[in-house]
Design a protein around this ligand. Structure first.
Ligand SMILES: [Zn+2]
Length: 141
């Protein structure tokens, strides 16, 4: 059993939230609850501190094994979505350059006269076929 990452601990605790009462008892559960409720997940330091506190609480109530089980249950899921995100897909919702209709784009390479104009808003901007460079909006460079 490897070490749990802070994110895994928090995620496992979130998943176990409906069962915290039976696992941790009343006071443990309300401590864990308030930690999860007040946690700002975009704050790495807060996640680390919260994960440490959660670990302590779970350990105190001999619920650590159950948390680890939960993490390993979550892991395959996290893994698959992670690898899906690693493979770049132009349709994957990444905010790539999306053209607005009517705007003229041109190749940033000086001397290249390739221009492109989207017919519909929301088309992704192609690469210059000669230089394979991202086209830039007319007047932007
Ligand atoms: Zn070009």
């Amino acid at each position: 059993m490897g070490t749990l990452s802070n994110e895994e601990i928090v995620e496992a605790a979130e998943t176990l939230r409906p069962r915290l009462g039976e696992m941790l008892g009343k006071s443990g559960a309300s401590q864990a609850e308030s930690l999860l409720t007040s946690l700002d997940t975009s704050n790495e330091e807060a996640v680390r501190r919260t994960a440490n506190r959660l670990l302590d609480i779970f350990q105190e109530h001999a619920a650590l094994e159950e948390m680890k089980d939960t993490v390993s249950m979550l892991a395959p899921h996290a893994e698959s979505s992670g690898s899906a995100m690693r493979g770049y897909s132009p349709l994957g919702g990444e905010p790539g350059p999306i053209a607005a209709a009517g705007v003229l784009y041109r190749c940033p390479v000086s001397g290249c006269d390739f221009t492109w104009q989207p017919q519909v808003a929301g088309q992704s901007v192609p690469l210059c076929p000669h230089h394979h460079r991202c086209l830039v909006k007319e007047g932007e460079c």
